[in-house]
Design a protein. Structure first.
Length: 301
């Protein structure tokens, strides 16, 4: 019996070697839920690097990095919804990244590019643009809050026809509009048109545009969000061809393509306002018969 003990212990040890090992369980979110936040962090790094390269007067790299940050900003939210990884932390992190990339970086790049020639007053449009961007993002975050407990407090919910519209120009689009003089000047420089390049680089152009775009961001102007935008079947093929043509121009003449994109978005705001007005009138027309029927019913009663 005394010899059976060591042999049985050795047998148990050998059997333990062949026993499947259990993987340790870690508490925390899955990697898929971290992907949107990682993208947001990459966009934030792109915006910071744009300021860094602008200090070395590398305007092309600064513009490209802000455009990259805008592209990342358009992806992280959609990826978060696809992966069901939306969170309050992600929304706040995205807003802070947007403020730096699209509220601070464009103004500083334009200031170092041309507005510093206007001395102290040249910084005023940059400051105003950053303040408007912060106010616009704060208003957007406030709209994401849950409905208040009391029905008579808080902002009223958006009607159904307004769900596909932003209130004011979004921050990435505002950055693209503000950087239009830089895109235009780089285009004219490549086309060997120094006179037009100098005109686009005039401090008054960038200063006025920063003030106007800042006002558009904090305004109540309805701007298409394209989140639930549906393309009619007959326009799918022309749209794909148009996107392909734009990508071809973007690869061959990137600054001209970005300048044209800024102009197209600015022109599209007019159609956005008209579409919003039409939807609002249709919604009010549908409610008027119901209101009239209710008044007739009370009168008959």
């Amino acid at each position: 019996m005394s010899g059976a003990g060591p042999r049985s212990a050795g047998l148990r040890g050998r059997l333990r070697r062949f026993r499947p090992r259990t993987r340790p369980r870690y508490h925390g979110p899955s990697f898929n839920r971290l992907v949107p936040n990682i993208l947001t962090m990459l966009g934030l790094c792109a915006g910071l690097t744009a300021i860094r390269v602008a200090l070395d007067a590398e305007w092309e790299k600064a513009a490209v990095l802000i455009v990259v940050a805008a592209a990342i900003d358009g992806l992280d939210g959609r990826i978060a919804r696809l992966l069901k990884a939306t969170s309050r932390f992600g929304a706040e992190f995205d807003s802070l990244s947007d403020f730096l990339c699209f509220g601070v970086a464009p103004g500083l790049v334009l200031y170092m590019w041309t507005l510093h020639d206007a001395r102290g007053i040249g910084f005023a449009p940059c400051l105003l643009f950053a303040v408007c961007s912060a106010l616009r993002l704060a208003r957007f975050n406030a709209s994401l809050e849950e409905a208040p407990a009391l029905a008579l407090t808080g902002p009223p919910p958006k009607p159904a026809y307004a769900q596909n519209f932003f209130t004011g120009v979004p921050a990435p689009a505002g950055a693209g509009l503000a950087l239009f003089p830089l895109f235009a000047a780089l285009t004219f420089t490549e086309w060997n048109l120094p006179g037009l390049a100098a005109a686009a680089r005039h401090p008054a152009v960038s200063g006025v545009l920063l003030v106007v775009v800042g006002g558009l961001m904090v305004s109540t102007l309805p701007a298409w969000s394209f989140k639930n935008f549906k393309v009619p079947a007959e326009y799918v093929l022309p749209l794909l061809l148009g996107v392909g043509a734009y990508v071809a121009v973007l690869l061959t003449e990137p600054w001209a393509a970005l300048a044209v994109a800024s102009l197209l978005y600015a022109g599209m705001l007019f159609f956005s306002v008209r579409s919003y007005g039409r939807l609002k009138r249709e919604a009010e027309a549908m409610l008027e018969p119901d209101a009239a029927n209710g008044q007739d019913g009370r009168a008959n009663g």
